[in-house]
Ligand binder design. Structure first.
Ligand code: FAD
Length: 338
């Protein structure tokens, strides 16, 4: 499983800053592979505020998160980056002057240099702290997204959470599942009002069972196959709901994860870099955007863009040793046709 590729620069993180790094590297004739844990590019802009206007991107008095990402993708497109999405970079090791990265999908990426544009870390689901969770995750009994709705036909499904995902999937899966139980701590849902109202109506008709106010307490089963989900109230009263699947929808969180173990100089949850090059304590590994820190750092997209330019210029001699780098404006150089 996975792909084996060689490239000039491996970019970890397809947020706004990682995407602009592809452009800056491309202008210096360096090819990029971009890896992101999410299934879509755009980092925080896409995952957290696609429809919110941003007001401090130069020359855009106002631009929504998703629109900014679309333009950055278009700007990087002439340089044909390879996007490897839906996988996390787990391993990084140095091999005679190059770096090798391993992902959760089994990819092997060999690169002359690495640009870490990993924000606050990889996005992943918020997981409930339940004993034995890993075994049920591995078997697919506990899942954080619905990739194939048909998987739940005729199954007893427990959905936990109070946001749009919980409500929308309860409404969708009730059509095909044997039973759907929604577990939430309070009667009020943080979902689109029409959807929440439809869920109340479905519950009144007995199409969905509501376990309110309950929270997840434990998993019953043989360690891989689930037989029930144990719920508890805040007072500690418990009950078990028979179930084949548990779908916790508790939102996304970011965690530095494996990056913390790569021997990089950390300042709490950030990576310390030399400002002029954005190089970390490891030669050939540069950090830019939200994850990078130095005196005077501002965690702003526009500052990340300038760090992308500095990192690309600093990396050039590693990719083209002995070749002089003449500074040129984009107006002089132009870009290849996309
Ligand atoms: P991110 O956008 O965080 O992207 C990092 C990516 O790296 C993620 O997609 C993550 O999944 C991936 N990743 C991390 N580790 C791994 C790994 N090991 N393997 C694979 N992938 C990995 N900034 C402004 O300048 N102006 C604003 O008005 C503004 N408004 C904001 C409003 C909100 C609500 C929020 C939440 C943020 C706002 N920001 C704003 C901040 C801005 O979004 C961030 O500064 C910006 O997204 C940082 O970009 P980045 O590319 O460094 O990282």
């Amino acid at each position: 499983a996975g792909v084996t590729v060689e490239t000039d620069v491996a970019v970890i993180g397809a947020g706004p800053v990682g995407l602009f790094a592809v452009f800056e590297c491309g202008m210096l004739r360096m090819r990029c592979v971009v890896v992101d844990a999410l299934d879509a590019i755009g980092g925080q802009c896409s995952a957290l505020y696609p429809e919110k206007p941003i007001f401090d991107i130069p020359a855009h008095p106002q631009i929504e998160g998703a629109a900014l990402i679309e333009r950055l993708e278009t700007q990087a497109a002439p340089f044909n980056p390879l996007y490897l999405l839906g996988r996390r970079v787990e391993r990084l090791r140095g091999l005679d002057g190059t770096w090798e990265l391993g992902t959760s999908a089994g990819d092997q990426i060999r690169a002359r240099a690495v640009i870490l544009a990993a924000g606050a870390g990889a996005f992943g689901p918020n997981r409930p702290p339940l004993d034995g969770l890993a075994g049920y995750e591995a078997s697919g009994a506990v899942r954080y997204l619905v990739a194939r709705r048909e998987d739940f036909r005729g199954k007893r499904v427990v959905i936990a959470g109070g946001g749009d995902s919980a409500v929308d999937w309860a409404l969708s899966l009730k059509e095909i599942a044997a039973r759907v139980t929604v577990v939430h701590r309070r009667p009020k849902f943080r979902a689109a009002p029409e959807s929440a109202a439809r869920l109340d109506e479905a519950a009144a008709r007995g199409e969905v069972e509501m376990a309110i106010p309950y929270q997840l307490h434990g998993l019953a089963g043989d360690g891989t196959r689930l037989s029930g989900v144990v719920l508890s109230t805040l007072k500690g009263e418990t009950k078990t709901v028979e179930a084949d699947h548990l779908l916790p929808f508790y939102g996304l969180s970011m965690e530095l994860g494996p990056i913390a173990d790569w021997g990089l100089g950390l300042e709490r949850t950030h990576i310390a870099v030399t400002p002029a090059t954005c190089e970390t304590n490891l030669s050939g590994i540069h950090a830019i955007g939200d994850i990078a820190t130095y005196p005077g750092k501002l965690k702003l997209i526009l500052q990340g863009f300038s760090e992308a330019a500095m990192a690309a210029h600093a990396i050039h001699p590693r990719v083209f040793p002995g070749e002089a780098l003449h500074f040129e404006y984009s107006t002089t150089k132009g870009v290849p046709a996309a």
